[in-house]
Design a protein around this ligand. Structure first.
Ligand SMILES: Cc1ncc(COP(=O)(O)O)c(C=O)c1O
Length: 415
């Protein structure tokens, strides 16, 4: 039985898979069992921050695995303490506390629970607990029941109702509609500063500032989902700072790039004073939340190793330099099938003109499949966007090679 046969027989078919089966990697490169080479501009969906194969991350994981893999949160975990300190002091540079989870959806569930606690601590004028979280169309916040309720895309919700109540989705960057939609039960606004899965759409600086003002005016929490855009990929450790450097959120979620491929998520809660002189993070006190695996020694070693490399090698800065090269190169093509390049750093979406590509699966899936055949893994995001998101350690030569494959493939597909 081939891998494809076994997957078809034994694994739930929740993913529409490409016919690509990598078994080995080195840096930005992957190889399948037949020795076919791919440039990995998918990075496990913006996750393999330091690339693949033998590197500081694989060595740190192997070494920690030999010391202590897991011990649970009833006991004190030194690597967890170090990782939380690094996130607070070197990545966010904002005081607060961190909770460790295992994925992005779990981290966002934590933000939703925080919002509910906040709504209880600061009820409406009638004394009723507030509970509503406003999110935005095309957002993606994960596949848990909390995550799909928060997500602003119908396709993730189909057949799963009744959904968790207390969410409303509005148009991104429409401040007037947001201002007029806040209700007595609203307690938080949750957004990705740069939407990833929904097709790489950016919140504007004006919108982020406006949200901050509305949060102040209506006593709401500002929650940022930085699962895809945070921790260096978009040019700053705090992704929103590439758009609005002065913005101070109340809580932030992470996952994906934090572990460089090892499963780990986290969320940070600020020390803003909310009730009885207590900081916000106090609302998530003893017994309020938990995770057996969250923050275990192995996962936190992976997180620490990734963040150290990202910070010490100044990879966010390099991501911005690569972005400039990519934008200039693609602009020089003047290709009629490309409408624009959206995003920041190494979270970029190439917008496609659907009319210029063959009909069928949708422009982005069709092109992603052709690119994979040509040796470039570049996944779709939405119906008309293909993403470029290589490891942050990618070289300029690899980017140039990937762009040449992209140009040639696009020209062939459109011919
Ligand atoms: C912005 C954002 N939030 C949350 C998630 C969910 O993360 P996970 O798949 O780790 O649960 C994703 C995954 O794509 C994401 O892009």
């Amino acid at each position: 039985m081939t891998t494809a046969d076994k997957l078809a027989h034994y694994v739930l078919p929740t993913y529409a898979q490409f016919p690509v089966a990598p078994v080995r990697g080195e840096g930005t490169l992957l190889w399948d069992g037949d020795g076919k080479r791919y440039l990995d501009f998918c990075s496990g969906l913006a996750t393999c921050t330091l690339g693949h194969g033998e590197n500081s991350l694989s060595r740190a994981i192997a070494s920690q695995a030999g010391e202590l893999i897991h011990c649970c949160n009833l006991y004190q975990i030194d690597k967890q303490a170090d990782l939380a300190k690094c996130l607070v002091e070197e990545c966010l540079k904002l005081p607060g506390r961190v909770f460790f989870s295992n994925s992005g959806a779990e981290s966002n569930d934590g933000l939703i629970k925080l919002a509910r606690r906040f709504g209880h601590a600061r009820p409406d004028t009638e004394g009723r607990a507030r509970y509503e979280v406003i999110t935005f169309h095309r957002s993606f916040h994960g596949r848990t029941l909390g995550g799909i309720a928060a997500t602003g895309q119908d396709k993730v919700k189909e057949g799963f109702d009744p959904l968790l109540p207390g969410f409303r989705h509005l148009e991104l960057n429409d401040l007037d509609s947001l201002a007029s939609s806040i209700q007595p039960e609203t307690c938080a606004i949750l957004l990705e500063p740069i939407q990833g899965e929904g097709g790489i759409h950016l919140a504007t600086g004006e919108f982020l500032q406006g949200i901050r003002e509305l949060c102040r005016e209506h006593d709401l929490l500002l929650l940022l989902d930085e699962v895809q855009c945070g921790l260096g990929r978009t040019g700053e450790m705090a992704g929103w700072r590439t758009i609005e450097p002065g913005l101070v959120p109340d809580a932030v979620s992470w996952a994906k790039g934090l572990g460089g491929g090892f499963p780990i998520g986290a969320f940070w809660v600020s020390e803003r004073i909310v009730a009885d002189d207590k900081p916000l993070f106090d609302l998530m006190g003893t017994g309020s939340h938990g995770s057996t695996f969250g923050g275990n020694p192995l996962a936190c070693t992976a997180g620490l190793t990734v963040l150290r490399e990202v910070l010490d090698q100044e990879l966010p800065q390099r991501a911005l330099e690569h972005e400039k090269n990519i934008r200039e190169t693609i602009a020089d093509w003047h290709h009629p099938a490309i409408t624009e390049v959206r995003g920041k750093g190494l979270l970029l979406g190439v917008g496609l003109n659907p009319g210029a590509l063959p009909e069928g699966d949708g422009a982005s899936i069709h092109l992603s499949r052709e690119l994979a055949t040509a040796g470039l893994l570049s996944p779709p995001a939405g119906p008309d966007t293909v993403r470029l998101m290589p490891p942050l350690t990618v070289s300029t030569a690899e980017i140039n090679e990937a762009l040449e494959i992209f140009r040639q493939t696009l020209t062939r597909v459109c011919a």
